[in-house]
Design a protein around this ligand. Structure first.
Ligand code: DSN
Length: 445
């Protein structure tokens, strides 16, 4: 029905939506930060709720006409609090980076020291990157990985004790292993620092009980809502019991930082969608889903190892894998572009201690949240690992045959040549499409 309205009013956009629906149906969504939300979530997001301004907080708004919105936002807050076992949650942040900004704004002064994971070893831009607000307005220090690809907690402690950052951020975007929140807390508590757990990638795994619970250790937890949590775009900012003990005004400070500090009207349609996703995430089926996400990632890791595909950090404990492409002698750009031809959609990514620059990295990142939502299991992981390994081997051969150097491979035209002369990719596309057709994207969970 909704489709028809769009088709009549704006066929150009309607056709692109149709095409995107088909693209998603026929390809493997392996970007670890993406997922397929339910039709219930999408219905809330695409509803009349988007037409209303609701500046303020439930029962304390600046506009009339709030009777339904006060309930929606309260329901969303309560579901988040009960799911993550925290006493406070703000549900208005528009996404992950604004959520982190709000936390800094609530608790830090300009120029204060913060400490996050290096971006080139798996951190996020909002954890202190120089050109991001977090690096411009605050003084960032970083922790990193040891040569074995695991977080070096000893070095972290050393820098933290020396620099005494006011906030430590435990959060990752391309680190496949679980974080040791208790170790982070020991270090943060020693120097009286705030500990922010940014669990955007793994929120759904936490709710599913297959990833360590940050609530007993962190003062504040932020998360986006559209990754493993499988909701719409948005974010949650939570204060834990520990956080409220450190500062009884923490909740109020976070609320004020979001509104009126950084944002105006909240996107209530998305907040309703988050509430729906949180309800879905409380079901036993979601526990099974989260469990399967990790099982699938581990199955992929095992299959990759058997096929000579090297994984950073030695494998995975989460939904995410980082492939080190150096033994295939191809750039992440070539691999990602080529696999997309075959319907395998993932992203190029830097690897720890990458000899190449971020724009031409030596790795690709992939994950299992979306393919698990479609119902794929270990057997399919074996097939997918096989496709990817085959593709990488074929690309290596073609590049060698063409005799391209690394510098030449950085040019788009050279990569296109490598790809067009690797016929296995087109053959694989047919097989990938067939696999996808056996696992249609679900409308409900
Ligand atoms: N862009 C997200 C990711 O892909 O990991 C992080 O914000």
């Amino acid at each position: 029905m909704q489709k028809q309205f769009l088709q009549q009013a704006d066929p150009e956009i309607a056709n692109l939506v149709e095409k995107e629906t088909k693209r998603q149906e026929e390809t493997l969504m392996l970007i670890p930060s993406e997922n397929h939300s339910s039709l219930a979530v999408k219905s809330a997001v695409g509803s009349v709720l988007q037409d209303k301004y609701c500046e303020g907080y439930p029962f304390k708004r600046y506009y009339q006409g709030q009777e339904n919105f006060d309930q929606i936002e309260t329901i969303c807050q309560e579901r988040a609090k009960s799911a993550f076992k925290v006493p406070f949650c703000n549900v208005q942040a528009l996404s992950g980076a604004p959520a982190n900004l709000a936390v800094y704004f609530a608790l830090l002064e300009t120029g204060d020291k913060i400490m996050g994971l290096r971006l080139d070893q798996g951190g996020h831009i909002s954890h202190g990157l120089k050109v991001n607000f977090s690096g411009k307005f605050f003084k960032p220090f970083f922790y990193g990985l040891s040569e074995n690809g695991l977080i070096d907690y000893e070095a972290l402690e050393e820098v933290a004790l020396k620099e005494k950052p006011k906030m430590i951020i435990a959060g990752v975007t391309s680190y496949p292993m679980a974080l040791d929140f208790s170790r982070f807390a020991q270090i943060a508590d020693k120097i009286g620092a705030w500990l922010l757990g940014d669990v955007s990638h793994v929120a759904g795994l936490i709710l599913g009980g297959v990833y360590p619970d940050p609530a007993p250790y962190c003062h504040i937890i932020t998360t986006t809502t559209h990754k493993t949590l499988r909701g719409p775009r948005g974010a949650l900012i939570m204060a834990t019991e520990k956080g409220l003990q450190k500062d009884p005004e923490l909740a109020e400070k976070i609320n004020k930082a979001i509104f009126p500090g950084l944002q105006g009207g909240p996107h209530m349609n998305n907040i309703a969608g988050i509430a729906v996703a949180l309800k879905e995430a409380q079901s036993p089926k979601f526990k099974e889903y989260a469990n399967q996400v990790v099982k699938n990632a581990k199955a992929l890791a095992l299959a990759f190892k058997e096929k000579g595909v090297k994984l950073c950090s030695g494998g995975t404990e989460t939904h995410l894998l980082l492939i080190d492409l150096r033994n295939f002698d191809i750039l992440g750009n070539t691999a990602a572009q080529a696999l997309e031809v075959a319907g395998i959609v993932l992203n190029r990514n830097g690897i720890p201690f990458d000899p190449n620059p971020p724009f031409y990295p030596s790795g690709i990142r992939l994950g299992t949240p979306a393919i698990t939502s479609r119902g794929m299991k270990e057997v399919e992981m074996e097939l997918i690992a096989d496709f990817i390994a085959q593709g990488l081997r074929a690309l290596k051969e073609t590049k060698n045959k063409l005799g391209f150097s690394l510098e030449e491979e950085k040019k788009k035209i050279a990569r296109e040549q490598i790809i067009s002369q690797t016929p296995v990719l087109e053959e694989m596309k047919v097989k990938v499409k067939k696999l996808c057709s056996l696992f249609p994207i679900k409308v409900s969970y």
